[in-house]
Write a protein that binds this ligand. Structure first.
Ligand code: FE
Length: 131
């Protein structure tokens, strides 16, 4: 039994196949394919798995990477970082602090003042506009 009392089969039936692959199987969407990549409306980015608020539009910037990029999470608890060793690299995976869904990775080549680049799959996110 996972967080939120959900087993992986529940996630598979609740999410679209594309979102399931990213959020639960930790796949990466193709760069420049995400719907939210160039979204610059004012609002919040929530977890496509559980609805938790993950990022705010004020922190979004264009990193040129092909994935939505943020310089900071919405709150300290929003995101959990995990060391990941795969493909011969050590990277820092980021997951939703509430449901554990895979979001992407964080790198230390972001802009000032944080210097952080939260590189996130658009499929892991939903956008809620704030008027
Ligand atoms: Fe979540």
């Amino acid at each position: 039994m996972g967080k939120n009392g959900k087993v992986e089969e529940d996630w598979e039936s609740d999410l679209s196949p594309e979102r399931f692959k990213v959020l639960r199987m930790r796949c990466t969407e193709r760069p420049f394919s995400g719907k939210l990549l160039y979204n610059d409306e004012k609002g919040v980015y929530i977890c496509a798995g559980c609805g938790a608020v993950l990022f705010r539009s004020e922190s979004k910037y264009d990193s040129g990477s092909g994935w939505p990029s943020f310089m900071a999470p919405a709150s300290e608890e929003a995101i959990i970082e995990r060391e990941e060793r795969s493909h011969g690299m050590t990277r820092t995976e980021i997951v939703c602090g509430k449901c554990g869904g895979h979001l992407g990775h964080v790198f230390d080549d972001g802009p000032a003042p944080t210097g952080q680049r939260y590189c996130v799959n658009s499929l892991s996110l939903e956008f809620q506009k704030i008027e």
